[in-house]
Ligand binder design. Structure first.
Ligand code: S3P
Length: 435
C-alpha cells in the first residue's frame, strides 16, 4: 500500500526516466542466442525483465549483473538447453509471448506459465501465427500454460489480426531460425524496437512498417548496447507535473522512438507545455530530455486509430482526464481489458472513488473531469500502470489517497513512488544514482 497526499503548491524537479522494459526484454532474448558474450548497459531492473532473465537462466544461459550492467553468455542460435521444469514468466506478457517465438524453433519441448494475472491473458494470438510457420504451440483453452513442442520451422507468410508488438516480435524472432523466409503482415504500426535491434545487429529484415520480411540466419553476433529510458515510465512523471498548474519536471534520458511518444503529443493537446530537447542523434533508439509544465488541463478525444501507439499510457490518460475540464473519450481500446488487469474496469472504479464521472464502454471510457477530486482508498488490481496512474490522480485530489497494490509498480518501474515523493517534495535524484 502507498499513501499519496494531494498537493497544492507547484513543485519543480528533475528525474531520469527508468530504463526501457521493452528494449531490455528484446536485448536479453537476442543476446541469449548470440555467439559470445553481450553487454547490456543500464538494463531495466523491472520485475518483468527479471522474469525474462530467470527464464533464460532456466534455459542454460549465463547472465551476470555487475555494476548495474548485464553480461549475457549467448549459447548460439537454436542452442538453448531443455529446461528442467516449466518456465515461469511471472506477470510478464512480453516474456511469455516473445519467448514463445524462440522456443517454438528449439529442438526440445517446453511449457510457459505465469502468475494468476498472466494466466488470464490471451495466448492464442501468438500460438496461431507461430503454428502457421510450422510450430507446435498449444494453449490451455486460449490461455497459459502454453505447451511448446519444439521443432524446425519452415517460414511462410502470416497475416496478423491483433495490433500487438509482442505478437509481431514473436514471429520475427521465430523467423530468424526458420528454414525459409518469414513474411509478416501487421494490421497497424506498433512499437518497433525488435525491428530496430535486428537492423542494429545486421540481421536480414526488410520492413515497410506493416509488411515485414525476415530471412533465416546461421548466427546472431554478440553485441553491446545501452538501454534507452522508458517513455512509458517517464509518462507518469510527466503526468505528475501536468496535473499541477505551474509544476515543472525535467525528465532526462527519455526514449524518443516515434512509436512510443504519441502520449506526450496528447499531453500537449490537453494543455501541458512540453519542451523537447533531443540528445545527440542515435541511429537506433533516439532519446532526449523532456521538460513538462503543468497547466489547467482540458479534455481530449482520442482517435481510435491512435490507440495502438498509446495503449500503455491510456490508464494515465484516464487519470489526467479526471482532472481535465470537459469530457474525454477513448474508444477502440478493447485491448485494455486483457492487459495485466481489466484496465478499463480498474480505472473506472478507482477514479469514481476519487470523485470523477466515468462511463465504461466495452472498448473504452468517457470521463467527465474538472470537478474537484478528493482522496480515497483505491485498488490497483495488482496492475503496475493502474497503480502509477492513481498516484498521478491522487496528487491532484484534496486529502489522502491510499493505493492498495501499489507495490506492483515494480513490474515496470521499481522505485517509482520514491522518485515521485522526492520530486513532489522538491528534491531531485543525484546523478550518481544513475548508471
Ligand atoms: C509490449 C507491447 C505491448 C505493451 C506491453 C509491452 C512490448 O503489448 O502493452 O506493455 O514490449 O512489445 P501488446 O503487444 O500486446 O500490445
Amino acid at each position: 500500500m502507498r499513501v499519496i497526499t494531494g498537493i497544492k503548491q507547484p513543485f519543480v524537479g528533475e528525474a531520469f526516466a527508468p530504463p526501457d522494459k521493452s528494449v531490455t526484454h528484446r536485448a536479453l532474448l537476442l543476446a541469449a542466442e548470440a555467439d559470445g558474450t553481450s553487454l547490456i548497459r543500464s538494463p531495466s531492473r523491472s520485475a518483468d525483465c527479471q522474469a525474462t532473465i530467470e527464464c533464460l537462466r532456466a534455459l542454460g544461459v549465463g547472465i551476470r549483473l555487475r555494476h548495474g550492467h548485464l553480461r549475457i553468455d549467448g549459447l548460439g542460435l537454436g542452442a538453448l538447453r531443455a529446461p528442467a521444469r516449466s518456465l515461469y514468466a511471472a506477470n510478464s506478457g512480453t516474456t511469455m509471448r516473445l519467448l514463445a517465438g524462440i522456443l517454438a524453433r528449439q529442438l526440445f519441448d517446453s511449457i510457459l506459465d505465469g502468475d494468476a494475472s498472466l494466466r488470464r491473458r490471451p495466448m492464442e494470438r501468438v500460438a496461431e501465427p507461430l503454428n502457421a510457420l510450422g510450430a507446435c504451440v498449444s494453449t490451455t483453452r486460449g490461455f497459459p500454460p502454453v505447451h511448446i513442442a519444439g521443432r524446425s520451422l519452415r517460414g511462410g507468410r502470416v497475416v496478423l489480426q491483433t495490433p500487438s508488438a509482442q505478437v509481431k516480435s514473436a514471429v520475427l524472432l521465430a523467423g530468424l531460425g526458420a528454414a525459409g523466409v518469414t513474411r509478416c503482415r501487421v494490421p497497424v504500426l506498433s512499437r518497433d524496437h525488435t525491428e530496430r535491434l535486428f537492423f542494429r545487429l545486421g540481421l536480414p529484415l526488410k520492413s515497410n512498417n506493416l509488411e515485414l520480411h525476415v530471412r533465416p540466419v546461421d548466427r546472431i553476433p554478440a553485441f553491446e548496447m545501452r538501454i534507452p529510458g522508458d517513455p512509458s515510465g517517464a509518462a507518469f512523471l510527466a503526468g505528475a507535473a501536468a496535473v499541477i498548474p505551474g509544476a515543472t519536471v525535467r525528465i532526462h534520458r527519455v526514449g524518443l522512438n516515434p512509436t512510443r511518444t504519441l502520449f506526450f503529443r496528447y499531453l500537449e493537446r490537453m494543455g501541458a507545455e512540453i519542451a523537447w530537447s533531443p540528445d545527440a542523434p542515435d541511429p537506433w533508439e533516439p532519446g532526449g530530455t523532456l521538460t513538462v509544465r503543468g497547466a489547467d488541463l482540458r479534455a481530449v478525444r482520442v482517435d481510435p486509430a491512435d490507440v495502438p501507439l498509446l495503449i500503455d499510457e491510456l490508464p494515465l490518460l484516464a487519470a489526467l482526464a479526471a482532472v481535465a475540464q470537459g469530457e474525454t473519450s477513448v474508444r477502440g481500446a478493447a485491448e485494455l481489458r486483457v492487459k495485466e488487469s481489466d484496465r478499463i474496469a480498474a480505472m473506472a472504479t478507482g477514479l469514481r472513488r476519487l470523485g470523477a464521472g466515468v462511463e465504461e464502454h466495452p472498448d473504452g471510457f468517457s470521463i467527465e473531469g474538472g470537478s474537484p477530486l478528493h482522496g480515497a482508498d483505491v485498488d490497483a488490481a495488482g496492475d503496475h500502470r493502474v497503480a502509477m496512474a492513481f498516484a498521478v490522480a491522487a496528487l491532484a485530489a484534496v486529502g489522502i489517497t491510499r493505493i492498495r497494490g501499489a507495490e506492483s509498480a515494480a513490474v515496470s518501474y521499481p522505485g517509482f513512488f520514491d522518485v515521485l515523493d522526492r520530486l513532489t517534495a522538491g528534491f531531485s535524484p543525484h546523478r550518481g544514482e544513475i548508471t
